[in-house]
Design a protein around this ligand. Structure first.
Ligand SMILES: Nc1ncnc2c1ncn2[C@@H]1O[C@H](COP(=O)(O)OP(=O)(O)O)[C@@H](O)[C@H]1O
Ligand SMILES: [Mg+2]
Length: 296
């Protein structure tokens, strides 16, 4: 599919089918949100617990659209320069020294130390420069602070930035933008208003079994069903850290290695660390195992 055809999905069903071909099984709501985001060229903000497939949406879309995935991983303390561009001080210094020493090949200091050759492109600048041929993933935005969020809102409003020494860089065609948040804090209304918002829920047992099967082809249907059912029950408990699809897939694969063809209490006991990653949760789930596995 060509780069300018980011909007070319004719229907929600087409989006669904394209994702499925890349082994991503969306529910109807997510497929609809993606369809609308592409058709309206609006950024798509995906929220949900860890492991529900938010990041994977962006990766899969990049593949489907034959676009480059440009990923901006957010973290505490990230600032505009780390997201946009930095000057290559080491190179500038070497260059300045070379001019001083009158080395050959360095024509004159007039070339300047703030030319494009000294600019280190960070993800946002890259996405603006390459616009329509990129999928820009702004991952785990909730980890950054208010100030960074405000800066991002500005960039997402007009898809252009001004670099004092170089000028304005504007995306000819805006990139496809996917933002994700694990909701460790609430994002601001202004940013949400700019985006199309979608909450990704945990999949139901049936779809989770299908996800396990497409992601881990060595898992039998029976085992996938058993794992998905058990995980659905585990999620009904009030745990500190709920298992996501990623944990379901890992657990199923571990159980295959243990020679189990369903979640039995013996197999579960030795492999729970694949699915429960918090000590208090582990103690609770171990206690409740007989009930959780009642009819497995
Ligand atoms: N709907 C889905 N279809 C297929 N695989 C999925 C789906 N949801 C999650 N996964 C699997 O779970 C893994 C973790 O998903 P990820 O996108 O990293 O979660 P998040 O970013 O929400 O924490 C993915 O690599 C993928 O293998
Ligand atoms: Mg993620």
């Amino acid at each position: 599919m060509s780069t300018t055809s980011a909007v070319a999905f004719g229907s929600i069903e087409e989006v669904e089918a394209a994702l499925q071909r890349e082994r991503y099984l969306p529910d109807r709501g997510l497929a609809t949100a993606i369809y609308l985001a592409l058709a309206t060229r609006r950024p798509l903000l995906l929220e949900g617990e860890a492991g529900v497939g938010k990041t994977e949406v962006a990766k899969t879309l990049a593949t489907i659209l034959d676009a480059e995935l440009v990923r901006l991983q957010c973290y505490e303390g990230i600032d505009a320069s780390q997201a946009l561009y930095e000057w290559d001080y080491a190179r500038q210094l070497l260059y300045a020294r070379a001019i001083q020493l009158g080395e050959q090949g360095v024509r004159s200091a007039e070339l300047g130390l703030y030319g494009p050759e000294f600019l280190i492109e960070r993800p946002l600048l890259r996405a603006l420069r390459h616009g329509g041929s990129t999928v820009l993933l702004i991952d785990e935005l909730d980890r950054s602070d208010d100030e960074f969020e405000a800066f991002l809102l500005e960039v997402l409003s007009d898809y252009s930035v001004t670099i004092p020494e170089i000028g304005t860089v504007e995306a000819a065609v805006p990139p496809v933008v996917i933002l994700t948040s694990n909701r460790t804090r609430e994002l601001h209304d202004a940013l949400k208003r700019r985006c199309l918002f979608h909450w990704i829920d945990f999949p139901g047992a049936k779809r989770e079994a299908e996800i396990i099967r497409v992601r881990a082809p060595g898992v039998s249907e029976q085992l996938a069903t058993s794992v998905a059912r058990t995980i659905a029950r585990i999620r009904e408990l009030d745990l500190i850290k709920m298992p996501g699809a990623a944990e379901a897939i890992d657990w199923a694969q571990a159980l295959v290695l243990l020679g189990a063809d369903a979640v039995t209490s013996e197999a579960a006991r030795v492999s729970l660390g694949w699915v429960i990653k918090n000590r208090d949760d582990l103690i609770r789930v171990e206690e409740l195992l007989p009930e959780l596995l009642a009819d497995e």
